[in-house]
Design a protein around this ligand. Structure first.
Ligand code: ZN
Length: 510
């Protein structure tokens, strides 16, 4: 493990006087030669010139593979920390890795943070890295360092007073936004309206849920209290317009993640439904369904889950089947979803899927009663029907699995248990039976109402409920997304939402 002792620290911004470098400053040519690997700079003082050189070389993100640490269960750093969250892709520009010490660090904090932490000297806690990253992304020092980093990016002449002012403002407003976004998400995911009858913060009267909660929190929280103390008319992010912008921003971030996950899956199915809202307008709701394999930390398949993603409400103007199809095609191309990956569509309520028998080969009851020749026939039939997504090796691969699982099929077991058994027990040979895995994913994706238990369209139930209580107007598009996708919404990384909000604000200012 690295020592996190301050003697290992080589740089600081405005407290430069406090640090006594143990070796002389590196030469400019040396800096270039050494690249920007932090490991080379331990105990070296960096002044603004060197910082600029390192800065211009960009954050250090070498490609893997990364060494596995036997003292930490063979875990290692991974590129996925930089580019992936559980909910979709991100780009943590600040997260770097230096090969010399096999450790991760934060580029802005290394260069600009006033408080030294392991994120400046190197961190090797692979076991808890996800949590450490999340926690760091929100820390005051990091936010301040990122603000200075951003200023350097814009090439603004660096002046220590300006730098300090930027630090202070950045962290204050980020803290404000963090609280406000948290309140909005909490209210929206609980289907609570944000607005009240009086949109002001006069001491009397009813303020609506949003402002009431802001006031409540401010009684215990210095940050929000300070915002409420500001004179009326100053930017406080409390107006209804800003609330709408914030909702839009949450909705956009959320939708981005959900779409990214759909795009990453090999195929999906579309489930549609029309429901009248309270204004008697027919609203088409669209849910995309796909299946995903959950994995343990070391990548072993542990479960298979159906995911349903709500894509929003769309007012139906023409009711013919052809028009509905047109509407769906336009929508999917708009959202950059490849309709070639669509393996089925369903209309809620009606079991339009006549694929009942095609998945017979996965049903233990059927498997117990047929011979190998019939099974092979069924597999071939299935493969030729789905030859777009299932390869020709499927039948052979499935027969192998069948021979290995057959003894257990005599026990009572349903189709879902069998599928789960296959993906967990044969996880190690996943790459030898990829077509079997694909077939199972396909089975979970297609909304069949056969082959065992009926699956309920849970999302559509929430959606219908929502429509019975509000109108599906355009301005509610994002709110409905947050309500329906509340689980994903409550897990959103707020720092990412705030980044988006800051971008929107910056664009509007231009
Ligand atoms: Zn940082």
């Amino acid at each position: 493990m690295l020592t996190h002792d301050d003697s290992n620290i080589m740089t600081t911004v405005s407290n430069e006087k406090l640090i006594t470098p143990t070796t002389k400053e590196p030469l400019v040519s040396e800096v270039f030669k050494m690249s920007n690997d932090l490991g080379n700079f331990i105990n070296k003082k960096l002044n603004d010139t060197y910082k600029r050189l390192i800065f211009d070389m960009g954050p250090l993100k070498p490609p893997g593979p990364f060494p596995k640490d036997p003292h930490q269960g063979n875990m290692s750093f991974s590129e996925s920390y930089i580019f992936q969250t559980k909910y979709g892709p991100v780009n943590r520009f600040w997260l770097c890795y230096y090969p010399l010490l096999d450790a991760t660090y934060c580029q802005p904090c290394w260069l600009f943070s006033l408080q030294r932490s392991t994120w400046c000297t190197g961190l090797r806690d692979w076991k808890h890295l996800s949590e450490r990253i999340k926690e760091h992304g929100f820390s005051k020092n990091h936010i301040e360092a990122c603000a200075v980093y951003e200023m350097w990016q814009k090439n603004i002449n660096i002046d220590k007073d300006l730098e300090n002012q930027i630090r202070k403002e950045a962290s204050f407003w980020r803290m404000v936004l963090q609280r406000l976004f948290d309140i909005i998400i909490t209210l929206a995911t609980n289907s609570l309206a944000l607005k009240g009858h009086w949109e002001d913060l006069s001491p009397e009267g009813y303020h609506g849920n949003f402002l009431s909660v802001v006031q409540l929190v401010s009684r215990y929280d210095q940050v929000l209290n300070q915002v409420l103390e500001m004179p009326k008319g100053s930017t406080r992010y409390l107006s209804p317009t800003v609330q709408n912008e914030m909702i839009e921003c949450i909705g956009n971030t959320l939708e981005g993640h959900l779409l990214e996950n759909i795009r990453a899956s090999p195929f999906f199915a579309i489930i549609m439904d029309t429901t009248q809202d309270i204004a008697k307008v027919d609203q088409l709701s669209i849910v995309v369904r796909y299946a995903a394999i959950s994995r343990s930390e070391n990548g072993q398949p542990v479960d298979i889950k159906v995911k349903e993603v709500f894509l929003g409400f769309y007012a139906v103007t023409k009711h013919s089947a052809v028009d509905l199809v047109k509407q769906v095609i336009t929508l999917f191309s708009h959202k950059n979803l490849d309709l070639k990956k669509c393996v089925g569509q369903g209309y809620d309520g009606a079991s339009v899927m006549s694929v009942n028998k095609i998945f017979d080969f996965l049903t233990p009851k059927v498997l117990r009663s047929i011979d190998e020749r019939t099974l092979l026939q069924k597999c071939d039939q299935f493969q030729s029907k789905y030859s777009d997504v299932i390869g020709p090796n499927f039948s052979l691969q499935f027969l192998n699995v069948y021979h290995l699982t057959f003894p257990e099929l005599t026990e009572m077991c349903n189709v879902y248990q069998l599928c789960k058994d296959i993906i967990t027990k044969f996880g190690v040979m996943e790459y030898d039976i990829t077509e079997v895995f694909m077939a199972i994913l396909l089975f979970y994706t297609i909304p069949v109402t056969s082959a065992g238990a009926e699956r309920s369209f849970s999302k559509l139930k929430i959606i219908k409920n929502y429509l019975r209580n509000s109108t599906g107007q355009d301005r509610l598009k994002y709110l409905s997304l947050i309500v329906v996708e509340n689980k994903a919404a409550s897990k959103l990384d707020l720092s990412e939402v705030i980044d988006q909000f800051a971008n929107i604000k910056a664009r509007k200012r231009l």
